[in-house]
Design a protein around this ligand. Sequence first.
Ligand SMILES: [Zn+2]
Length: 414
Amino acid sequence: MLGKYSFGIGDRFGHQGKAQLAAMRKAKEAGADVTPVWNKSQREHSIIGTGPGDVRREADAAVAACNWETPYFVDADHISLRNVEHFIEASDFFTLDVADFIGQPAAPADIDTFLSRHAALVGTLEIGGIVEAFNVDEPSLRAIASKYLAAVREAGRIYRHIESRKGAGQFVTEVSMDETDAPQTPVELLVILAAIADEGIPAQTVAPKFSGRFNKGVDYVGELETFATEFEQDLAVIAYAVREFGLPEDLKLSIHSGSDKFSIYEPIQSALKRLDAGLHVKTAGTTWLEELIGLALAGDDGLAIAKEVYNQALARMDELCGPYATVIDIDKSRLPDPRIVANWDGSLFARALRHDPFCAYYNYHFRQLLHVGYKIAAEMGPRFLKALERYEDTIAEHVTANIYDRHLRLLFVD
Ligand SMILES: [Zn+2]
């Protein structure tokens, strides 16, 4: 069981599983059961040179070492029919990414079938938990169905492939549509969920694209009020869809790149409490930035490595930012000159990088560039991995504190 609250922890280099679990343990002690989910996408695997089996081994080893007795999962993150096979054995959580299929033409017969089956969606729709009723007319329902049916059909194909290999009920299914340009409205989410139910996908989490920007490793950018309203409406839509369409009881929202979005955690937590809803938060692999912070603070070769990663990331900025172009906003003129960074001590490097919005030295641009700079560390190979081992204690402290103090506590505990 995934449970009410779950947290997706990326761990690019596979060394921080125990430190990540320590944060979950702290949440448990504070009264919030949060299921850990280790996620890694094909993009990350190919940049680092790892495979899904490495994530499985890390998760199992961390769980054994920490005597973690409640469930945990290994997430095949953002998979498609093209690469799902590679993840089948190691994973028990599959994030089916069908964003590329949004807007592709659906068969007219499929659209007609959908409209006749869901005629009840036309008209004024009162959904518990939402103050304003939705008004949906037939043309707009048809337009929404036309836009999303092909994507849901594709999710059905991927789901059935996994089911044929692993067996029904043996894995968690997430349907994700977050990596696209336009956010989905609550009415669109409702239509998507109806189609997911028609397709027979027992989805346990669904990741829409929300309004505003969810850049990697930094705070939310957007209208807080708009987000808060949309988030609450989405929660209410999910509760409605579970009742009306017979989707799994524990279906919940999933927020991708949900780490570091401090300004929306308060509205999220209050909405979850008010509507008694669950949530999956997938982080953006920012544990790797805590590794850099720990290395910088350790001094000596640790600090040298941190500075070298920055220098090379700056020199190869376009190449590193390419795959992440739509989810980062870096102003080159705000990046510190390497000649200045050369004179920084570990504490200054850590303060520029750590996501503490109240710290005068925190540099949003520096942080985002380093976030995509993990390829440089991967290329350092054994030198980087040995440093992670040598400075494990310092690093672990920062990994745990980041996940617990800045995330789990604010989302699920306070
Ligand atoms: Zn995503």
